[in-house]
Design a protein around this ligand. Structure first.
Ligand SMILES: *Cc1c(COP(=O)(O)O)cnc(C)c1O
Length: 470
C-alpha cells in the first residue's frame, strides 16, 4: 500500500480524536461512544474504497461522524404527534398529563419530599396517605390504595382475597385487554380459581346463585371495556350481584377498566360507568386505571371497604407493585383537578381532545391542508379534507365513535405503495407523525393535534423526504 493509496490517506481514530469538533462530541457523549461510531464509519469507508468508492473529504467525514453520534445518542422515548384518531392510545402512552401534574412530578423528581414521612409527627408515614383522602373525597369510598396499574390492582386484589378459592364471573366478561392481560390468566397467576357462569351473551342471577359454595371467595364483575355484545343479551345489574354476595357474607368487586370520576355526558360524550356508581350499587371494591379516562399517570386505583383495603395493603406483593413518588405526585395533581369539574376539559388534555367538536377539527384541517399539499406536491397523491371518526381508545367505549376531521391522502391510480412511503417519511420526522392507513387512504386525524403545536407540525414538514419506491 503506497502513500497515495486512499486507504493510507484515511485518517486514524486517534487523529480524528484530536479534532476540536470531535473533542466536543467526546465531552458531551463520552469517548467510548464517539470512538465506536468513528470505527464503524471508517470500516464502512474502507469497504466502499475496496469497491472502488471515493475517499470522502475530511469536512464531510467529520460531518458524518457528528450526524452518526447524534443519531446514536438521541433519546429513544421521543414525543410524537398522535394523528391516529385514537385518543387514549396505549402504544403512544395513553393520556398526556395536565400541566399541573407535570409541574408536580418535576418537583417531586428533583427534590426530597415527604413520601412516607408524616410532617406533623415527624414519624414514618404511608405513601398511600398522600392521595387516599382525596380519592375517598372524590369517589365516596371509605379507603383507597394505589399500585402500578389496573392489571396490578386486579392481580393484588385476587391474590389477597381469593387465593386458592373461587371467583365467580360471567362468561360474557372474560376479557382480554391487549397484550397479556386476560381475566382467566390473571386469575391463575394470582392463585384464584375462576368459575365461569352463564353464557357468552346471557347471564342471569340464578347462574351466580348456582355457582356459590363454601369455597367461593367473591363475585366479580369485569367491565367489558373493549368489546360489546349486542342483540339477545342479558347481564345481571350490579346491585343484584352485590345483594347476592352480601347475603352470603362475600365481597362483590368490579374491575372497571377505564373508570372515570365524572359523568362524561357533561362533555357531550357517551356515558362510561364511574367508580362512584359502582360503589353506590354496592360494590365492596372497585379498581380502575390512572392513565385511561382519568387522565393521570400510569397507576391502578383500588377503592372501597376499609377492612378489605387494609388486608390488601398487608399483602407483601403490595410492596412489589407500589408506585413511585413521581407517579404519586402526578396522580395527586390530576385528582385535585377533579375538585373543579367546570375547568376539567381545559386542563386534562385527553378530555379536551375527546370533547373537541368536529367543526374545530375541520378548521384545523383547513389550516394544515395547504402545507401538506406543498410538502407532497411532487408525489402522485390527492390530498383533501375528510370527515373522520375518532375513537376513545384504551378499551373505553369500543363501539362509540366521535365525529372528527382530518387530512386524507389517496394515491392516484392504484399505487398504494406510495402511502406506505409517505407514512414512513412522516414517522422519520424529528417529531414523528403517526397516522393510519384505512381503505387505501392515509388518514391524519387532527383531533389530538393541539392548536399550539400546529406550527411545530407545519415547520417540520419542510424536512419530509419520501423515499421513491413507486
Ligand atoms: C385496561 C383494563 C385493564 C388493565 O389496566 P392497565 O391500567 O392497563 O393495567 C384491566 N381491566 C380492564 C377491564 C381494562 O379495561
Amino acid at each position: 500500500m503506497n502513500e497515495r493509496s486512499p486507504f493510507a490517506q484515511l485518517p486514524s481514530v486517534s487523529r480524528l480524536l484530536e479534532n476540536a469538533d470531535i473533542q466536543a462530541l467526546v465531552h458531551e457523549h463520552g469517548q467510548a461512544t464517539v470512538v465506536h461510531q468513528i470505527r464503524g464509519l471508517l470500516d464502512e469507508i474502507r469497504k466502499s474504497l475496496a469497491d472502488g468508492g471515493q475517499l470522502p473529504a475530511t469536512e464531510q467525514l467529520l460531518q458524518t461522524i457528528r450526524h452518526s453520534v447524534i443519531a446514536h445518542t438521541r433519546p429513544r422515548l421521543r414525543p410524537v404527534f398522535n394523528l391516529t384518531g385514537t385518543v387514549l392510545h396505549t402504544n403512544l402512552g395513553r393520556a398526556p398529563l395536565a400541566d399541573e401534574a407535570v409541574d408536580a412530578l418535576v418537583l417531586a423528581a428533583r427534590n426530597p419530599c415527604a413520601l412516607e414521612y408524616d410532617l406533623e409527627t415527624g414519624k414514618r408515614g404511608d405513601r398511600d396517605d398522600l392521595v387516599e383522602k382525596l380519592i375517598c373525597e372524590l369517589t365516596g369510598a371509605e379507603a383507597a390504595t394505589v399500585v402500578n396499574n389496573n392489571a396490578a390492582a386486579v392481580f393484588l386484589l385476587l391474590n389477597t382475597l381469593a387465593r386458592d378459592r373461587k371467583v365467580v364471573v360471567s362468561r360474557g366478561e372474560l376479557v382480554e385487554i391487549g397484550g397479556a392481560f386476560r381475566i382467566p390468566d390473571v386469575m391463575t397467576s394470582a392463585g384464584a380459581r375462576l368459575v365461569e357462569v352463564g353464557t357468552t351473551n346471557r347471564t342471569h342471577l340464578r347462574d351466580f346463585e348456582g355457582a356459590l359454595d363454601d369455597e367461593t371467595a367473591m363475585l366479580m364483575k369485569v367491565h367489558t371495556s373493549n368489546y360489546s355484545i349486542q342483540g339477545f343479551t342479558h347481564t345481571v345489574p350490579e346491585a343484584e350481584l352485590a345483594s347476592l354476595a352480601h347475603a352470603q357474607g362475600l365481597p362483590f368487586v368490579i374491575d372497571l377498566g377505564s373508570g372515570t370520576l365524572v359523568n362524561l355526558e357533561n362533555w357531550g360524550l357517551p356515558h362510561e360507568p364511574t367508580a362512584q356508581e359502582g360503589l353506590a350499587a354496592g360494590a365492596d371494591l372497585v379498581t380502575f386505571s390512572g392513565d385511561k379516562l382519568l387522565g393521570g399517570p400510569q397507576a391502578g386505583l383500588i377503592v372501597g371497604r376499609k377492612d378489605l383495603i387494609a388486608t390488601i395493603k398487608r399483602n407483601p406483593l403490595k410492596r412489589a407493585l407500589r408506585v413511585s413518588k413521581i407517579t404519586l405526585a402526578a396522580l395527586e395533581a390530576t385528582l385535585r383537578l377533579y375538585r373543579n369539574p367546570q375547568r376539567l376539559a381545559e386542563r386534562l388534555l385527553a378530555l379536551g381532545q375527546l370533547a373537541r367538536s368536529q367543526s374545530d377539527t375541520q378548521a384545523a384541517a383547513e389550516r394544515l391542508l395547504p402545507h401538506l399539499q406543498t410538502a407532497l406536491r411532487k408525489h402522485s397523491v390527492d390530498i383533501e379534507i375528510a370527515p373522520l371518526r375518532s375513537q376513545i381508545g384504551s378499551g373505553s367505549l369500543p363501539i362509540e365513535r366521535l365525529d372528527s376531521a382530518g387530512i386524507a391522502i389517496s394515491p392516484r391510480g392504484k399505487k398504494v405503495g406510495i402511502l406506505h412511503s409517505i407514512e414512513a417519511a412522516l414517522r422519520a420526522l424529528p417529531r414523528p407523525v403517526i397516522g393510519r392507513i384505512e381503505n387505501d387512504r392515509l388518514l391524519l386525524d387532527l383531533r389530538c393535534l393541539p392548536r399550539d403545536q400546529e406550527t411545530e407540525f407545519i415547520v417540520q414538514l419542510e424536512q419530509l423526504k419520501v423515499a421513491s419506491r413507486c
